[in-house]
Design a protein around this ligand. Sequence first.
Ligand SMILES: NC(=O)C1=CN([C@@H]2O[C@H](COP(=O)(O)OP(=O)(O)OC[C@H]3O[C@@H](n4cnc5c(N)ncnc54)[C@H](O)[C@@H]3O)[C@@H](O)[C@H]2O)C=CC1
Ligand SMILES: O=CC(=O)O
Length: 328
Amino acid sequence: MTFKIIVTYRIDEEGLKLLKSIGDVFISEKMITSEDELIKNISDTDAVLAVRGVEPFTRRVLESAPKLKIIARHGVGYDKIDVNAANELGIWVTIAPVNASTVAEHTIALIMALAKKLFKLDRFVRDGVWYKERMEFPDLLGIDLAGRVLGIIGLGRIGQEVAKRALALGMKVIYYDIVRREDLERTWNIEYRSLNELLRTSDFVSIHVPLTNETYHMIGEKELRLMKPTAYLVNTARGAVIDTDALVKALKEGWIAGAGLDVFEEEPLPPNHPLTKLDNVILTPHAASLTIECRRRLAITAAEEIIRVLRGGEPRYPVNRPLNPRRV
Ligand SMILES: NC(=O)C1=CN([C@@H]2O[C@H](COP(=O)(O)OP(=O)(O)OC[C@H]3O[C@@H](n4cnc5c(N)ncnc54)[C@H](O)[C@@H]3O)[C@@H](O)[C@H]2O)C=CC1
Ligand SMILES: O=CC(=O)O
């Protein structure tokens, strides 16, 4: 039997090769962000490899695909997938938890860029302003990371990788999570704090929780006002964990010193968005896991999940367990 497999955006060739060994593969050349576009693409498909995490797999979309057996995420966030509906309809939903170290590196890169003001200094050099002048602009002086406090919100796979790297840089690490990790507190010498206490005492706050009903706008005006005016906020998780309007206000009015953002409430971020007008932020286009190596791992892992399910087996990284998975 030949299967039909939809890949919602371009992925690494190694993953495609695997998929082609089991079915006919169709790749969308542009990001699919609307339900109607998705319905048009998946109505007669057996499997979807959901690449960007922005594809809205609502109940209506899932009900329009009677042959669909698996949605394999090319990543770990599945906030755009109605997992309850997938369960009821017998569709597996899987993740590819192979991007933690890569996202952690990107997070540290954003922290470094903010601490050393790399993006501002780069602009100065291009504009012909040299070191001597830099000293006349105190807001261009960087800060040391050693001895600074990093507050991690969400000490899961990525949060832990960030913690390890921050400790190696001499930072003090505190964290907030719904799950207390006393084992890690002991072995790494890190400390648990309430969310408010973490926000009050951190020099850098880094967000690593999934987007859920509980974490939606978890960081709003009240939380931003708790942060130190010298502190930086970094978000490589999901844009909607932060109330963007409140963040723009905080950045404009100096409640916090700056922000490093890879994810946004609206993606792609519109080119004229207020965030793009601020010079105390560094922005990246939801690219934290997009290295050569990680993109390959993600494509292979997601493709292997599809193959397992289309061969009648169970996936390795399911986020649901349908009572009656659709038969192949
Ligand atoms: N920018 C990017 O390209 C990427 C973004 N992500 C985002 O990062 C998120 C985290 O990924 P992982 O670390 O792999 O997930 P994970 O599931 O390993 O860790 C999430 C942590 O958040 C905690 N948590 C959940 N709800 C919470 C709440 N209400 N309050 C406090 N803590 C809570 C969990 O207990 C867990 O420790 C993903 O869900 C995804 O949205 C992930 C990969 C790449
Ligand atoms: O945003 C990326 C993911 O892995 O989720």
